[in-house]
Design a protein around this ligand. Structure first.
Ligand code: CP
Length: 327
C-alpha cells in the first residue's frame, strides 16, 4: 500500500465552472499539482493509478481538438475510464433538454462530466442537477477555465512567475471564452492585463475587472512579457462587428514592428487555430511556435491536475465530508 497523508481542503467545489469562482489559493494548487504531473509524460509507462475505477465522460456539443483529446489523455494517464460523446448540432439528440441529459448522465454513475456547449451557463446548470463533478470545457462566450489554467501554467513555466507580469490579450475579447477565463485568473494571480482590439470586439465595462483597454496595438503591447492571441472569426454575427478580416489584420495582426514594442523575451500564446496573415505574421508565427507547442503539451498535465483535485471533492461529498486522503 502507498504512503497515506492528509491534505487541506483546497478546492471548495465539486465542479470547475470558471476561473471567476476560483480563489488565488485554488489556482495555485492546480498549477502546483500540474507541475508534478508533467513528469509522468516523460516516463516510458505514462500512467498512475490515481483515478482507477473512476469514469470520465467527455460530452461535446461543439467541435474540439485540443481540449477533448487532452482531457481524454489526462483521464487515461490517471487510469480512469473515459467515454466520449460528441453531439453535433445536426443530430436529433442536440434537441434533448438539459434536464434529460443530466438524468441520463446521472443514471450512468459517472464521476466526472467534461462538457462543452455553445450556450453560456450550461455547465453551471448541469452541475446543479447532477452529483458528478462537472468541468466546463468551454461554454458560449462565457468561460473556458482549463484553457486559462494551461496558459497560466505555461507562463509560469516559461517566464518563472505570474505576479506583476504584463500580459497583452489581443483579438476578439467579446466572443473569446478563453480571454474571459484568462482575465479572471491572471488578475487574481497579480498579473497586469491589457486588452487590445477594435471597440466592437471588446465588451463594454470590462475594465471593471481590473484590465486596461487599448485600441492601438503598439500602445497596448508596450513592455508586454506575454501576448495571448484571442481568435478572430468572420462567422455568425461577426460581419456586423468587423468590415473584413483584411481590415482587422491592418490594425491588429502581430507584425514585427508591433512585436518590437513588447519586451525582447516576450512569449506568444494562442490556444486555437492560428490564422497566419490575419492574427499573426507567418514569419513571427514560425518563430513563436515553440511557445504554442509548450502550451499544447501542458494541456494534459493541467487537466490531470483538475481531475485529480476534483476527485477528492467528489469522494468527500460521497463520504459526507470525510477528510481527503492522498495515497
Ligand atoms: N483551446 C481550445 O479550446 O481548443 P479546441 O477547440 O481544439 O478544444
Amino acid at each position: 500500500m502507498g504512503r497515506v497523508f492528509f491534505i487541506d481542503m483546497v478546492l471548495r467545489s465539486k465542479d470547475l465552472i470558471g476561473t471567476q469562482y476560483l480563489t488565488e489559493d485554488e489556482i495555485e494548487e492546480i498549477l502546483t499539482t500540474a507541475q508534478t504531473f508533467t513528469e509522468i509524460a516523460k516516463r516510458t509507462v505514462k500512467k498512475v493509478p490515481a483515478l482507477r475505477g473512476r469514469t470520465v465522460v467527455n460530452i461535446f456539443f461543439e467541435p474540439s481538438t485540443r481540449t477533448r483529446t487532452s482531457f481524454e489523455l489526462a483521464a487515461k494517464r490517471l487510469s480512469a475510464d473515459i467515454l466520449n460523446i460528441n453531439v453535433s448540432s445536426t443530430e436529433p439528440a442536440y434537441g434533448e433538454t438539459l434536464t434529460d441529459i443530466a438524468k441520463t448522465i446521472e443514471a450512468m454513475n459517472v464521476d466526472f462530466v467534461v462538457v462543452r456547449h455553445p450556450m453560456s451557463g450550461v455547465p453551471h446548470l448541469l452541475a446543479q442537477k447532477i452529483t458528478s463533478s462537472v468541468i466546463n470545457a468551454g461554454d458560449g462566450k462565457h468561460e473556458h477555465p482549463t484553457q486559462a489554467l494551461v496558459d497560466l501554467f505555461t507562463i509560469r513555466q516559461l517566464k518563472g512567475y505570474i505576479e506583476d507580469i504584463k500580459v497583452a490579450i489581443v483579438g476578439d475579447i467579446s466572443h473569446s471564452r478563453e480571454a474571459k477565463s484568462n482575465i479572471w485568473a491572471l488578475t487574481k494571480m497579480g498579473a497586469k492585463v491589457n486588452l487590445i482590439g477594435p471597440p466592437t470586439l471588446i465588451p463594454p465595462g470590462i475594465e471593471r475587472l481590473g484590465v486596461k483597454i487599448y485600441y492601438d496595438m503598439s500602445d497596448g503591447l508596450k513592455d508586454a512579457d506575454v501576448i495571448i492571441i484571442a481568435p478572430v472569426e468572420m462567422t455568425k454575427g461577426h460581419r456586423y462587428l468587423l468590415p473584413s478580416l483584411r481590415e482587422y489584420a491592418r490594425f491588429y495582426c502581430l507584425t514585427r514592428d508591433r512585436l518590437n514594442n513588447a519586451n525582447d523575451d516576450c512569449i506568444v500564446l494562442h490556444s486555437g487555430i492560428l490564422k497566419r496573415g490575419i492574427e499573426i505574421d507567418p514569419i513571427i508565427a514560425e518563430e513563436v511556435y515553440d511557445d504554442i507547442i509548450h502550451q499544447i503539451e501542458n494541456g494534459t498535465a493541467v487537466r490531470m491536475s483538475v481531475l485529480y483535485l476534483l476527485s477528492f471533492m467528489h469522494k468527500s461529498k460521497l463520504n459526507n465530508g470525510e477528510s481527503r486522503k492522498k495515497e
